[in-house]
Ligand binder design. Structure first.
Ligand code: ATP
Ligand code: MG
Length: 571
């Protein structure tokens, strides 16, 4: 592609609303333009990258035995009423009425649509399993769209849905998709982790998220440095005895009440009483559907609400309001403690290790010291805290490492939630009618492209992993007004294009500095620089974007050399 003819508007300035590198760089490199909050147009360069992600996804889904379909972006309310999600989906679903006053929505996901497509068509176990996918637009009216394509409102998703006669078959396909997703992100050239995840409102029995590791990720991933077990920190279990627990060797004294006027937070109390935060027992009061409870965690740790929810078997868990706290503890917020408390008390295992602790006294402006778990209060103990760097892995006891991640893919074993609600059944071997067992598997296409940039960029611009790069190489004649330079450039361009190389050819009459800046910004892995200086030696310069390494390559060898480079990126 000749740059002179290409619609490639690059910018020097970053857009004001861009908080992360991928958003800034995608706008500056002329890949995307904002149309409304969370709604973007893809320009030619951006679309080329998206198509690369889609190509890899298609190839791997086909290899895995899935078949491509397309379902409508506009879906009728009736389908969602059948599954019961019309009422519960909330404001992320954009709803509207047509001219006949019928209700519709812009599809935020397609479980209902696919279940509708399959029911009535699949009748027997003999027609199962089947895995159908699409690469299609979704709309979710995100409360805070941000980060460009990463958290958009309109975005492209690959979503696949599988249908099975047996649990074993559903689990086998889950593993198949797990491996397929691993191959997809590997082929995209990304550093990622497949992590155990919470199933959340979609439900289902188990699920994994695929996280591209990047410092700007919204999620945190705990991965074991020993066995490779990895989980979203919302979920990561902690093995054995947590490290760094405070063991006091001397006999604990008698419980004592001390005055702590206005001291509520862990920092305030530990500073005021001159004790380490790890000796504090933080008491949080929660409201659940079956009443009010207290949850304890060591002062230097953070309570994990997902874990607490699981232990309680509750769907609702919200921090109690001031009034409820006062009723339950008799004290204002900030002075709750487990001693003498009349509500059920749940405690993180780490609390048990405290041999002489500090807690709120359930009385304004007072705390208790020398508190001993077991002696002074009882609790139900469980793993309730957020994992930290260095905590032991539950499988092998090696240390966890915590990294930030961007969720690019998510696989779920769904079970029969949708098929039961929507009457999608089949006849099993004995002729008995049963609900189809389902799995669903999503990949954010635009988010994957953005995540690739988050993981691979520097101060000058993007550094594309070769498989996602919009072009194989970027050719820069230093001065198009030099006859010889232009001649060699044109010849090389034709040669490269002829052998199937995708070349971005900067044929503009611009200063070399401007062209080099744009090349760094756009981030194609190899740059070929043609100048009279090297032509004199029969060569051109080949520069690698990632390492900055420059080689002189003889003009007649360039086509072969570049070919070798981009063949490496294929698989
Ligand atoms: P998140 O937790 O980030 O909101 P989600 O759990 O709602 O995502 P899924 O329903 O699992 O997302 O959707 C499958 C995939 O679609 C996600 O793994 C992600 O890659 C992508 N995706 C979800 N929401 C967005 C969005 N607002 N913008 C871009 N991609 C998205
Ligand atoms: Mg998800």
């Amino acid at each position: 592609m000749r740059l002179k003819k290409m619609f490639l508007p690059t910018l020097k300035e970053s857009p004001a609303d861009a908080e992360v590198a991928s958003h800034r760089l995608m706008v500056r490199a002329g890949m995307i333009r904002r149309v409304a909050a969370g709604v973007y147009s893809l320009l030619p360069l951006g679309l080329r990258v998206v198509r690369n992600v889609e190509r890899i996804v298609r190839e791997e889904m086909t290899r895995a035995g899935a078949q491509e379909v397309t379902m409508p972006f506009v879906l009728p309310a009736e389908l969602w009423k059948e599954s019961g999600r019309w009422e519960v989906y909330g404001k992320e679903m954009l709803r509207f009425r047509d001219r006949h006053d019928r209700e519709f929505c812009l599809a935020p996901t397609h479980e209902e649509a696919i279940t509708d497509m399959v029911r009535g068509e699949v009748r027997s176990y003999r027609e199962l399993p089947v895995n159908l996918y699409q690469i299609q637009t979704k709309f979710r009216d995100e409360i805070r769209p941000r980060f460009g394509l990463m958290r958009a409102r309109e975005f492209i998703m690959k979503d696949a849905y599988s249908f099975h006669a047996t649990e074993e078959s559903a689990e086998e396909e889950y593993r198949n998709m797990y491996e397929t997703y691993s191959r997809i992100f590997e082929r995209c050239g990304l550093e990622f982790r497949a992590v155990e995840a919470e199933t959340g409102p979609i439900g289902g029995s188990f699920s994994h998220e695929f996280m591209v590791l990047a410092d700007t990720g919204e999620d945190a991933v705990a991965s074991c440095t020993g066995c490779g077990y990895a989980a979203n920190i919302e979920r990561a279990e902690i093995g054995g005895r947590p490290r760094g627990s405070t063991r006091v060797v001397t006999e604990p004294g008698k419980i004592e009440k001390v005055s702590t006027p206005g001291m509520k937070s862990v920092e305030e109390v530990s500073g005021f009483l001159k004790v380490r935060p790890s000796a504090l027992i933080k008491t949080l009061i929660y409201t659940t559907e079956s009443g009010v409870i207290a949850a304890l965690v060591r002062g230097d740790c953070e309570l994990n609400e997902s874990k607490l929810k699981r232990v309680l078997g509750t769907a609702t868990l919200v921090l109690a309001d001031e009034e409820t706290v006062k009723q339950a503890t008799g004290a204002p917020v900030g002075f709750a403690g487990p001693v003498g408390l009349k509500i059920p008390v749940y405690a993180d295992r780490g609390v048990k290790d405290i041999t002489s602790g500090v807690t709120g006294a359930n009385e304004a402006d007072a705390h208790l010291v020398n508190v001993v778990p077991g002696r002074d209060f009882d609790a139900t103990y469980a793993d309730l805290r957020v994992v930290r760097e260095g905590d032991p892995c539950p499988r092998c006891a090696a240390a966890f490492e915590i990294r930030r991640g961007i969720e690019v893919g998510h696989i779920f074993k769904l079970g029969t939630k949708y098929s039961e609600a929507m009457g999608a059944t089949f006849l099993d071997e004995k002729g008995v009618e049963r609900p189809l067992i389902m799995g669903c598997y999503g990949i954010g296409i635009g988010r994957t492209a953005a995540a690739a940039i988050e993981q691979n960029h520097d101060d000058y611009g993007i550094i594309w992993p070769a498989p996602l790069s919009p072009f194989h190489c970027h050719m820069v004649p230093v001065n198009v007004n030099d006859r010889e330079t232009l001649e060699v450039s044109e010849r090389l361009y034709s040669e490269l294009v002829e052998q199937g190389c995708e070349v971005l050819y900067d044929d503009r009459d611009e200063r070399a500095g401007v062209k080099f800046k744009d090349a760094d910004l756009i981030g194609i892995p190899v740059r070929i620089t043609i100048s009279s200086r090297t032509i004199a030696q029969g060569s051109v310069e080949v520069k690698e974007r990632s390492s900055g390494e420059v080689r002189l390559v003889r003009i007649e060898d360039v086509a072969r050399d570049i070919r070798g480079l981009f063949d490496k990126g294929k698989n």
